[in-house]
Design a protein around this ligand. Structure first.
Ligand code: BGC
Length: 510
């Protein structure tokens, strides 16, 4: 039975589920909503290309072609490029050896980024922390430069820096931070070149490493998927991240980029990947759906009024939205949420995460979506561990209420994610090739390939189906073209992809 039907069945008799049903309706994202948002999205993407004030800023990446899978690390010392991924929650350092046959060998280490490094007055904490981790990585894997291997023109490891924040690029190895997102707040770094800040700290530690390229994680994802796909497969030209935060990168014809670009542009391919920074789409809230919970979440975030689209679609925020809704239900004693088996209401315990802002991550939404059992036992135990509520007081009806709400919030997020992907497909101009290709695409090759990564995309059951539903609702795509769009995950693509960009960049220069 679909969740709305389950809800209907209970609603008349159970006040809790009747309220839940109304709340779920507030999170509806109808086909009309999708169409309205997609229209505005395409308009904003176009404004961004003209350098006009737009909520999506369209940052040129200076990467003008996609990887072929045949790249080899022949120019980099010891056959290795380094990748660094500062994504949000974690920092990853890796070394990548591309074999030139669509396969690669990766050594990787990952650590959580400490809170006092994410939020700090000065830049030293973050970049000092990153360079120390690079040093430890080289030491641990005994990656050192050896005079006999040394290519005098490259006496260092080239590092691709996957920096997953909005950074204006004036070239492939410079990135001026425009603003922080995803809970980071280090004011001193804003308007600074993050490649230079990192390089200074690397040099202080005398590490043989040069920051050669800065790459948004959505572009890294495209590159790593492109490298591993068989050559017969359509090359990915769109990348989307739905993880702690969200963004999309796509291949744009240079002729459509009307704003001036400060760096040297390789014109040979006639295209360039643009980083849309769609997380800030519709900050003015002219088309996006909005509930009082969205407003409350935004007001209490570190960047109120900013990243409004991200706050409806990405992992950092979906759990908090659910917490706010559940808290409202809990606060109404008559509904008896989590009280069914208690004689009296338990005293609110301030240490319980139901009252703690940002204490709930998006994994509970995935558990809720995945648990289709009659007893919802897995979900009950997740509710208990997430909200620190004794499992004995979580009734079957409570668990069902959480499931329905989680589904409504997750479904809205995933449909909006599909709206963003669809809008970029429309903007990329690729649909004009459809009539020519329509017969050919019924074979193995798709019309367009989208590389996706991020914790929500990876763990939320049915995420791709919701994206596809939204794609079908966009008139330019519809039922006819949607099956010709291939979507594939590129797990942990950003760090590997950043190392690949180092190589593609080297090829561009030759
Ligand atoms: C950042 C993007 C990034 C995305 C996914 C957003 O908050 O602004 O640059 O690509 O998160 O990590």
């Amino acid at each position: 039975m679909a969740s709305s039907e389950i809800c209907n069945a209970y609603a008349t008799s159970a006040p809790l589920l009747s309220r839940v049903q109304k709340l779920c309706q507030e999170f509806e994202c109808t086909n009309d909503d999708v169409r309205r948002c997609a229209n505005e999205f395409v308009h904003e993407l176009e404004l961004g290309l003209h350098g006009r004030t737009a909520s999506v800023c369209q940052i040129p990446t200076y990467v003008t072609q996609v990887a072929t899978g045949r790249e080899k690390v022949f120019i980099i010392l010891k056959g290795i490029a380094l990748g660094l991924d500062l994504g949000g929650t974690n920092l990853r350092v890796c070394s990548v050896e591309l074999k030139g046959d669509s396969t690669f060998r990766v050594l990787q280490s990952q650590v959580p980024v400490p809170r006092d490094v994410m939020v700090s007055k000065t830049s030293k904490g973050l970049f000092g922390f990153i360079s120390q981790r690079i040093g430890l990585f080289l030491e641990h894997h005994q990656l050192s430069l050896n005079v006999t291997d040394m290519d005098p023109s490259h006496p260092y490891f080239a590092l691709g820096f996957s920096f997953s924040f909005p950074a204006y690029q004036a070239g492939i190895n410079s990135g001026i931070l425009l603003r922080w997102t995803k809970g980071y707040d280090i004011p001193e770094v804003v308007n600074q070149d993050v490649c230079m800040l990192l390089q200074s700290e690397i040099d202080l530690l005398k590490l043989p490493v040069k920051v050669t390229a800065i790459v948004n994680d959505a572009l890294g994802t495209i590159m790593s998927r492109a490298y591993t796909l068989p050559l017969t497969h359509t090359r990915p030209t769109i990348g989307a991240i739905f993880g702690t935060g969200t963004n999309g990168v796509y291949l744009q014809n240079l002729s459509g980029i009307a704003k001036p670009m400060d760096g040297m542009v390789d014109q040979s391919t006639g295209t360039m990947f643009m980083s849309t920074e769609w997380g800030s789409f519709d900050n003015k809230l002219s088309v996006l759906p909005v509930t009082r919970f969205d407003i409350e979440l935004d007001v209490h975030s570190v960047n109120p009024g900013d990243q409004i689209f991200e706050k409806r679609t990405s992992g950092m925020f979906l759990g908090e939205l659910l917490r706010l809704v559940i808290l409202e239900l809990y606060s109404d004693e008559h509904l008896r949420l989590f009280r069914e088996r208690c004689q009296s209401a338990p005293d609110p315990d301030p240490s319980v995460s139901l009252w703690h802002r940002w204490s709930v991550d998006a994994s509970i939404l995935s558990t809720a979506e995945a648990d289709d059992s009659d007893t919802l036992e897995t979900l009950r135990s997740k509710i208990s561990s997430t909200f620190r509520i004794a499992s004995e007081i979580i009734s079957a009806e409570d668990a069902l209420a959480v499931k329905l709400l989680a589904n409504a919030i997750g479904r809205r997020g995933a449909r909006l994610a599909g709206t963003a992907v669809g809008s970029v497909i429309v903007q990329s101009g690729i649909l004009s090739q459809y009539s020519i290709q329509s017969n050919a695409t019924s074979g193995a090759r798709s019309l367009v390939d989208v590389a996706i990564d991020g914790s929500v995309a990876e763990h939320y059951p049915g995420f791709e189906n919701y994206i596809r539903d939204a794609l079908r609702a966009i008139p330019q795509i519809g039922d006819e073209i949607e099956p010709h769009i291939s979507i594939g995950q590129a797990k942990d693509g950003s760090s590997v992809g950043a190392a690949i960009v180092v190589l593609v960049a080297a090829h561009q220069g030759t």
